[in-house]
Design a protein around this ligand. Structure first.
Ligand code: CP
Length: 304
């Protein structure tokens, strides 16, 4: 599998075989996380938008592998604050690193960065568009808990309009014959472009407003946060922010094999009384992010 020097901007940049290669490699890193293969490599981490899991799990991945990481956690501490363009920032940082991980609030910014950068770009989230590394760790978590990625029923809940993780995940699971159940308020429905993707793959999706109606179908119940920061109208955010709150009592009719996933952070959409249910998997899911990001870095740098 030749992923050397490839950027990952959208999950659709990778074929099914390439995705499975990364997941298999991540399994290898889960068994042996401290392989010193990144000696003398420098990774840049440019976060123009807040993050806990993505930024720190990339940093953790690099450090466990013996590499070095440079970068910033906020545009306010970079020369972007003085008016420097994204192109100039990327061209500059590419002088100092072998690979750039970037999160940016603008849809399409990661693709643009990959077009101007002499080193590979990994998209760590661009606006409401894509979050392909979250997608890889979601796939890893699904395969680990369900035994396979094929033929699963996934119920996606909450902000399906602005939630970039669900956009990437629908595209990826369309390669694995999934059945989709979309639960959202009317104003936060899955975008037509994503639903068209499902149709073009000859797969089924159903749309719901009632969460309890969808839960019994789920192998995976994928909760999402309402993305307040992306709403043009704060009043509309206030209206929908508490649309779905999963409580432990609601899981009574769920399948035995069902797992609750959430890309996190959560605000209030999963009540804390779910955390001790064995079906809650979101913190293990976040841990899987380190193995998947180790695999991705190693593959792109041609070390695996
Ligand atoms: N899942 C995710 O992207 O979390 P962070 O925003 O904390 O990185």
């Amino acid at each position: 599998m030749d992923l050397k020097n490839r950027s990952l901007v959208s999950i659709t940049d990778f074929s099914k075989e390439e995705i499975l290669y990364i997941l298999d490699l991540a399994e290898e890193f889960e068994k042996d996380q401290r392989q010193q293969i990144l000696n003398k490599h420098v990774i840049a981490s440019l976060f123009f938008e807040p993050s806990t899991r993505t930024r720190l799990s990339f940093e953790s991945a690099v450090q466990y592998l013996g590499g070095s990481i440079i970068g910033f956690a906020s545009a306010d501490t970079s020369s972007v604050k003085k008016g420097e363009s994204l192109k100039d920032t990327i061209l500059t940082v590419s002088n100092y690193s072998d690979l750039i991980v970037m999160r940016n609030p603008l849809d399409g910014s990661a693709r643009y960065a990959s077009e101007v950068s002499p080193v590979p770009i990994i998209n760590a989230g661009d606006g409401a568009n894509q979050h392909p590394t979250q997608c890889l760790l979601d796939l890893y978590s699904i395969r680990k808990t369900q035994g396979s990625l094929e033929n699963i029923d996934i119920v996606m809940v909450g902000d399906l309009k602005y939630g970039r993780t669900v956009h990437s995940l629908v595209q990826a699971l369309s390669l694995f014959n999934a059945t989709f159940h979309f639960v959202s308020p009317e104003s936060l429905k899955m975008p037509s472009s994503v639903k068209t993707w499902v149709k073009n793959a000859n797969l089924e999706y159903k749309q719901y407003t009632d969460l309890s109606e969808a839960i019994p179908h789920a192998d995976i119940l994928y909760m999402t946060r309402v993305q307040g920061e992306r709403f043009p109208d704060p009043l509309e955010y206030e209206r929908v922010k508490n649309a779905y709150i999963l409580e432990n009592s609601m899981l009574g009719k769920s399948k035995e094999n069902m797992k609750v996933l959430h890309p996190l952070p959560r605000v209030n959409e999963i009540n804390e009384d779910v955390d001790n249910n064995p079906k809650a998997y979101y913190f293990q899911q976040a841990k899987n992010g380190v193995y998947v990001r180790q695999a991705l870095i190693a593959a792109i740098l041609g070390l695996k």
